[in-house]
Design a binder for this molecule. Sequence first.
Ligand SMILES: Nc1ncnc2c1ncn2[C@@H]1O[C@H](COP(=O)(O)OP(=O)(O)OP(=O)(O)O)[C@@H](O)[C@H]1O
Ligand SMILES: [Mg+2]
Length: 275
Amino acid sequence: MTTDARSREATQNESTTDVVLGIDDVAVHYGGIKAVDGISFDITRGKIFGILGPNGSGKSTLLAAVTRLTPLTRGTLTFEGEPFAKVSAQKVAKLGIARTFQTVRLLPDLTVRENVALGADLGAEQGGMRELLLGRKALLNRSRDAVAEALERTGLTGLEDIRPGELSYGLQRRVEIARAIAMSPRLLLLDEPTAGMNKSEREDVTSLLKKLREEGLTQLLVEHDVQMMVDTCDTLIAMNFGVLIAQGKPQDVVREPSVQEAYLGKRGAQDARSQ
Ligand SMILES: Nc1ncnc2c1ncn2[C@@H]1O[C@H](COP(=O)(O)OP(=O)(O)OP(=O)(O)O)[C@@H](O)[C@H]1O
Ligand SMILES: [Mg+2]
């Protein structure tokens, strides 16, 4: 092989392995509602990729498509180069994709340790909820190290035996991130992880996501807080009515007239630009 051919092959390998999630012409229609309609982008390893968009623009639907909770109307999904649109929702965690939901979804009767252990088991080769039926002890024994590591990485060590209801809202959301981390994912999807938080709680989550990025975790982040997205993301897309209206560097995307109009309305965007 010539030097040229070898370096071309190396570049190709690098570019394919560098893409963790590939989304190509993905559409999700619910009857006449085009919740997502022809979205394409790639997420590069180790980056935080953000999605901004007004209510109802299709952000959560896109996350549901990636986690296979909703069928695709068309399009292809690849994870580390392998197509996975036909993989079931149950198997997505085992591929290495974890998510947090828009609203808190912790089991109130379980401790923090047990909630996080359920996440660890979802990512394991076998097990899952079955372990919970067999007994909490088996579940906890099996996932002890993964749970301890997830709690440590998310700053929750010491809160293992507390039930979610006794924690502040900010900490409950952090437990959800710990539960997802416990699956040892290579891609983490976060749907509005700071919704309903005060400023200091939001800053805490932002720091956590940046720390996870430093540790190499690739993230897809959905949020409404424009400043937070500019401060946190490496690349940003904006959606409106199910389609992509802007993509690029965060500070450029939020300045696009189409994005400002989607958020503020035409009049508000003109006022904002003239200030
Ligand atoms: N299961 C469903 N059946 C029918 N329509 C749906 C379904 N899920 C979502 N939709 C519709 O699809 C559109 C996109 O909704 P989606 O929840 O993805 O928006 P979003 O960008 O996450 O909004 P928000 O910022 O409010 O969370 C909306 O019009 C919504 O009503
Ligand atoms: Mg949503």
